[in-house]
Design a protein around this ligand. Structure first.
Ligand SMILES: *Cc1c(COP(=O)(O)O)cnc(C)c1O
Length: 425
């Protein structure tokens, strides 16, 4: 499609956008009394207007029913978490019984490593990406040390080539082969948080299995953003937070995928608690643990229903719209943003370098843009003038126009503000 850098053209795109009506289902922060142009849905998604009533329902049930709410509430609390599996399974490409919601992301990855990182003297290494999200680095390092290994030896980081911004699949595969039977686990962020690069999860998972390693994915930047087929890709486990593209609210509960081939397997250890116990017998308080069917066996504590409520509200919308429609709009709005950046770049003397892959198959909603010759003042200018992007050292802004609530006119307007911010100095 031939794009134009004009308000009229952007409005035409909005007029034809089948998801345009969802914009009104979210609450936007205001800057100078106007809805902000919100580019940080990759960090904290906007609040769905419906979330409040889902939370209020629980507050009301708690007031009216107190302990009886566990069974008598409209959506009883004792199995509240079970309302997620089917809807989430469509978002990440899984069977419902392979999905559970519990805890938070880093905690779940630690728990997954209890099950899937069981190093031996010969097979103890973990392959991850260089400059992984800090929490993942700390987590992997502490797991390795917990098992008595030295991180410098046990952690193998995938590297980018000098001067390149993204990882090459061929290099990843070569490294996997090189580490070979010393590799216990491959654990990578499915979408790189800094560049927005999407990893070839199917190919990498296959390569990991070929050398006898488990393969898990941190899907913080992938869930609700890109097409996932966790079951068909034969992924062993994955976990994601829900507050980024999934709009569930700050610090909210994580989703977890555990491949069905590990369900009810005695040789897969796990840390257990009463919520993973056979739910029909949970309140009999028996001494012996009988696991729930499927991924729910990994549940530990009773579910934080007040936190789950806004996640459920948001998931309802994902279910209505479906990932295919979201991805269709995502591809178009990201391409439009990229076009706008190139257009503005011509007028301001080549300032921007998009470091996210240009190929749509290798990226999701986020464009990471290197601002050559510009600094934090430009970011501050944007913030003061109606735009909420995200800043990463040394001088990268990350722009993620979430297809649920960003408009094409937002992209046009952003370009105008950006130009003023650079030329007006
Ligand atoms: C956002 C993010 C996290 C955050 O983890 P929490 O445990 O939810 O605080 C972890 N890993 C990656 C890759 C992330 O992008």
């Amino acid at each position: 499609m031939q794009f134009e850098n004009s308000r009229e053209f952007a409005r035409q795109l909005d007029g034809k956008d089948p998801l345009a009506k969802y914009r009104n289902e979210f609450i936007f922060p205001k800057i100078n009394n106007e809805n902000a142009i919100y580019f940080t849905g990759n960090s904290l998604g906007l609040q769905p207007k419906s979330a409040q009533s889902y939370v209020n329902d629980i507050m009301k049930d708690w007031g009216d029913l107190a302990v009886e709410g566990h069974f008598q509430a409209d959506k009883p609390w004792w199995d509240y978490h079970e309302r997620f599996a089917e809807k989430l399974s469509k978002v990440v490409g899984a069977k419902p019984k392979e999905i559970t919601v519990m805890n938070t992301l880093t905690v779940n990855l630690h728990l997954m490593m209890v099950s899937f990182y069981r190093p031996t003297k010969k097979r103890y290494k973990i392959i991850c990406e260089e400059k992984a999200f800090p929490s993942d680095q700390y987590m992997i390092s502490s797991q390795v040390r917990f098992h008595g290994f030295n991180p410098e030896d046990a952690i193998v980081e995938l590297k980018k080539r000098d001067g390149e911004h993204n990882f090459r699949t061929e290099d990843i595969l070569a490294k996997i082969e090189e580490v070979g039977e010393e590799c216990a686990l491959i654990l990578i962020g499915g979408v790189n948080y800094y560049t927005g690069q999407v990893f070839d999860m199917k190919t990498i998972t296959e390569a990991g299995h070929k050398i006898g390693a488990f393969v898990g994915w941190d899907l913080a930047h992938a869930a609700g953003n890109i097409k996932l087929e966790l079951h068909d890709w034969n992924v062993d486990f994955a976990a994601w937070c829900s507050y980024k593209y999934m709009n569930s609210g700050p610090g909210n509960v994580s989703g977890c995928f555990i491949n069905e081939k590990y369900h009810n397997k005695k040789d897969i250890p796990r840390f257990e608690g009463w919520w993973g116990h056979n739910k029909d017998r949970r309140f009999l308080m028996e001494p012996e643990f009988q696991p729930e069917d499927g991924a729910n066996a990994w549940q530990i504590s009773n579910a934080p229903v007040l936190a789950l409520a806004p996640y459920l509200a948001s998931l309802q919308m994902f279910d209505e719209v479906g990932m295919d429609a979201l991805i269709e709009k995502r591809n178009k709005i990201v391409a439009y943003l990229e076009f706008i950046l190139h257009e503005i770049d011509k007028e301001v003397d080549s300032t921007f370098e998009v470091i996210t892959p240009a190929n749509q198959e290798e990226r999701g909603t986020q464009l990471s843009v290197f601002l050559h010759g510009e600094g934090k003042e430009l970011f501050n200018y944007l913030m003061q003038n109606g735009v909420i992007p995200d800043w990463r050292e040394p001088n990268v802004i990350r722009l993620a126009p979430a297809p649920f609530y960003c408009s094409y006119e937002d992209m046009y307007e952003f370009g105008q503000i950006l130009k003023k911010g650079i030329l007006g100095k």
